[in-house]
Design a protein around this ligand. Structure first.
Ligand code: FBP
Length: 550
């Protein structure tokens, strides 16, 4: 396979490891834990994996170095650094004992259920070190949650002598990892399950997990593109660019990109919800920024739109909740089956309240269709398919035309649209993600060799140099609470949304009026892999502000 010059140079990069993982380790246990909510219910559902302590690795004289066979699964959307988790885990199990083996299940959790796998070798792993993508074994969104799947999984795990399974995923996949860990523990199958925090969305974080991997690289990639657009915009001075950014529900990506690039407008879904803004309120807010800049002769600008915005507009949120309920078969908990899209829409319209029907009917035909039809396997609305950036710019144009008629606006408004999502998910990992992911994978090998199950691999203190990073594990049950999903109460990992009283949002809110009126664009440029540390090893602004080092 032909390689680019960067790929060749990058293959030689040796990711940094925390000092604690550079030699033999032993476990330092903290106090017993409890779940973040619904303690009694979660305890009853996870009797074998509830209440375990947070653990940290500290240097030891020697460690358990018996050979061990381990399996790994990539679950859900791609995120930069996944290959380094695998290479870190590979190096970790081999450093324990050269006879250890690592198997990768193909195309996501489905590979475990269908017994499709590969065995990693040195040559195979070396091809993928420090590269973006999940193509080493592929990923998938099959939900691993049924007993029949767990039983099918144990057959292949036994056949390959696998004693531990590492599941790399977001909140849903790690929730399923926890259910699997509990199931195998209850059945005394002797297979450990370890999770690993992945998602570009940045919404799998809490007191123990500083960030999910991939967020850093994805945001830097989008910010480079936004910076380039802003330079174009500031050169031609004739377009308003509406840029939708991936991130599913949470607005972490939009906020981080705003902190990096200082656009004229950035919407934060969590604020829209808190302020109970209607779609018209959101449109008015953008139109006002356009109007003010027009007064200064600046008929150009940038608007960042988080992917999940539509879900956070209160009336639409209520509508989506009911759509999720009516589209789920209460008998099976699975999505209802329909013969055609028209049949599905007709079913929806006849089963929702008149208020929700009115909200649905008020939306443009394509948005209405997307809301009624498209769901991912976890039952979530596929917000990435809704063209919010076009919806908003069309509504802003309409409002400005009205204001022009009323003599309130005198400018030119011409819009361009962009959606950045897939562009960032498989970028070559930044140094931060390359090091962080390698450490997460290596660390998982130590959780395994120390007999842990139902834990997530965690690396903390990541705003400090990698040497000082803290390595350990957190029981997944600690992050759980009960939430209503598709018409049923389920134990799930609590999703982290943007906190409006958190330092990143407060910094943004303190500057946004100036950024709206003035042209304060920042141009971050491309991710740098070689060069001075202040250019190559920066963490995200979000993390720096959260750790009070921004
Ligand atoms: P994960 O949480 O599974 O990592 O996925 C993140 C994401 O990129 C979201 O930002 C986006 O809404 C979704 O995946 C798109 O899904 P798909 O890859 O199936 O189009």
């Amino acid at each position: 396979m032909e390689k680019s010059a960067l790929q060749i140079a990058r293959a030689a990069y040796q990711p940094k490891l925390p000092k604690a993982l550079q030699g033999p380790v032993k476990v330092k246990e903290g106090a017993a834990t409890q779940s973040v909510g619904n303690q009694e219910e979660i305890k009853a559902l996870f009797p074998n994996t509830y209440g375990m302590p947070v653990v940290e690795f500290v240097p030891a004289e020697s460690e358990n170095n018996a050979p061990i066979n381990v399996g790994i699964i990539l679950s859900g959307g791609q995120a930069p650094g996944g290959h380094n988790v695998i290479s870190g885990l590979y190096d970790g199990v081999k450093s324990l004992n050269r006879d250890s083996k690592l198997y990768g299940f193909l195309m996501g959790p489905g590979g475990l259920v269908d017994h499709k796998y590969v065995e990693f070798t040195d040559e195979f792993i070396d091809e993928y070190r420090n590269t973006g993508g999940f193509d080493i074994i592929g990923s998938g969104r099959t939900k691993l949650e049924k007993e029949a799947q767990f039983e099918s999984g144990i057959q292949i795990l036994r056949q390959l002598g696998i004693k531990a399974l590492v599941i790399i995923g977001g909140d849903d996949s790690n929730t399923n990892a926890c259910v699997l860990a509990e199931y195998y523990a209850a059945k005394q199958y002797g297979v450990q399950v370890i999770g690993c925090p992945k998602t570009i969305d940045g919404d799998l974080k809490n007191e123990q997990i500083e960030t999910s991997f991939g967020f850093d690289t994805a945001c830097k990639t989008y910010s480079e593109l936004i910076g380039n657009i802003q330079r174009d915009c500031n050169s031609a001075r004739k377009y308003w660019h509406f840029i939708k950014l991936m991130g599913r529900s949470a607005s972490h990506i939009a906020l981080e990109c705003a902190l990096q690039t200082q656009p004229n407008v950035c919407l934060i879904s969590e604020e829209v919800e808190q302020k109970q803004m209607s779609l018209d309120d959101v449109v008015t807010y953008i139109a006002q920024a356009v109007c003010q800049r027009a007064v200064d002769g600046n008929n150009f600008g940038t608007v960042l739109v988080p992917e999940g915005l539509i879900e956070f507009i209160p009336a639409i949120k209520v509508l989506i909740r009911q759509l999720n309920e009516v589209l789920t078969d209460p008998a099976t908990g699975e999505p209802r089956e329909f013969k055609s899209a028209d049949e599905q829409i007709a079913f929806v319209l006849s089963h929702i309240t008149p208020e929700n029907k009115a909200v649905l009917e008020s939306l443009p035909a394509d948005v209405k269709r997307q809301l009624c039809l498209d769901r991912d396997p976890h039952g979530n609305v596929q917000v990435s398919l809704i063209e919010t950036e076009k919806l908003l710019s069309a509504m802003v144009a309409k409002k400005l035309a009205e204001w022009e008629q009323e003599g309130k606006y005198n400018g030119k408004f011409s819009a361009q649209h962009h959606f950045f999502g897939y562009e960032g998910r498989c970028a070559a990992p930044s140094n931060y993600d390359a090091d962080y992911c390698y450490s997460l994978g290596y660390n998982a090998s130590r959780l395994i060799s120390n007999g842990k199950t139902g834990y997530m691999s965690v690396i903390r203190n990541t705003t400090a140099p990698a040497q000082e990073w803290i390595a350990g594990g957190v029981p997944i049950t600690m992050m759980m609470n009960i939430e209503r999903r598709n018409g049923a109460d389920k134990p799930v990992i609590r999703k982290a949304l943007v906190e409006l009283d958190g330092a990143p949002f407060r910094y943004f809110a303190a500057h946004r009026d100036e950024w709206a009126r003035q042209t304060c664009y920042v141009y971050p440029g491309p991710i740098q892999y070689f060069g001075p540390t202040e250019v190559c090893d920066q963490c995200t602004k979000t993390l720096a502000l959260e750790q009070a080092k921004g």
